[in-house]
Design a protein around this ligand. Structure first.
Ligand code: ADP
Ligand code: MG
Length: 237
């Protein structure tokens, strides 16, 4: 049950279109990507104004929302072609999500929060996964004796979220403005942790961020505006 070392996956997006209904009953095209390739093991950051479609794209990449048309292929698996159960399972084992506001359950302990992904597969997390969650929390210096994450600092909460994202050792980490609600010291730590993950073999990281320190560390820099994506910055892979 303890995961194997992650295998790098490349991403190919083809003719991806995502629309939402507006309040007037019309449709709004939020994401429109004719073609996007990201090499296996890349560390990419996406910048762009609010409302550009960055979060929508991130959710679609993990199969959390469906597209109107087009393909999202992770290492040859087109996630839009998977049935609901297969997609849920693919998601749990391939993606770790980190959000700006952590998405933790405040009344639960750090360990139980880190074990949340296991709950969807088992009524009770097997001992080896509990050990792994505990080790990840310790690696990120989370005070694991606290009963509720409510009592942790924001920086510690984000590190619980990072431990949760890594429970199944996923080859892909998706982070939506992971440092935006943290103070200087706490975001520095998360940046170090993300950079370390990016440096480890076989891990693809896509982060949406405006944090100059994160942008500086990411070798692939992309910019999104009105649902379209363009390269940004000097360094490209
Ligand atoms: P960003 O993350 O770049 O700020 P989002 O992807 O969150 O942008 O949103 C892009 C646009 O899509 C926004 O105008 C937002 O209001 C709209 N939007 C996002 N989710 C939905 C939804 N579920 N239904 C309708 N409109 C949505
Ligand atoms: Mg967003």
């Amino acid at each position: 049950m303890v995961p194997k070392a992650p295998r790098a996956l490349e991403l190919d997006v083809l003719d991806l279109q995502i629309s939402f209904r507006d309040s007037g009953g019309g449709t709004l095209r939020i994401v429109d990507l004719p073609h996007w390739h990201l090499g296996a093991g890349s560390f990419a950051v996406i910048t762009g104004p609010s409302g550009a479609g960055k979060s929508t794209l991130l959710y679609a990449l993990a199969g959390l929302i469906s597209s109107d048309s087009g393909a999202i292929r992770w290492g040859g698996t087109n996630i839009s072609h998977l049935g609901e159960r297969a997609r849920d399972r693919f998601r749990r084992h391939h993606f770790g999500f980190v959000f700006q506001d952590f998405h933790l359950i405040q009344e639960m302990s750090p360990l139980d929060n880190a074990l949340l992904p296991a709950w969807f597969e088992n009524f009770r997390a097997p001992a080896d996964l509990r050990d792994r969650a505990q080790a990840l929390l310790e690696q990120f210096a989370v005070p694991t004796a606290r009963r509720r994450v409510l009592d942790l600092s924001r920086g510690e909460q984000q590190r619980v979220a990072l431990a949760r994202a890594l429970l199944f050792d996923p080859p892909i980490i998706l982070a939506d403005e992971p440092t935006a609600s943290l103070d200087e010291a706490a975001s520095s730590r998360i940046l170090d942790d993300l950079s370390e993950l990016a440096a480890s073999a076989g891990r693809t990281i896509i982060a949406v961020s405006h944090d100059p320190r994160l942008i500086e560390r990411a070798p692939v820099r992309l910019h999104m505006e009105h649902g379209h994506m363009a390269a940004a910055g000097a360094v490209q892979v």
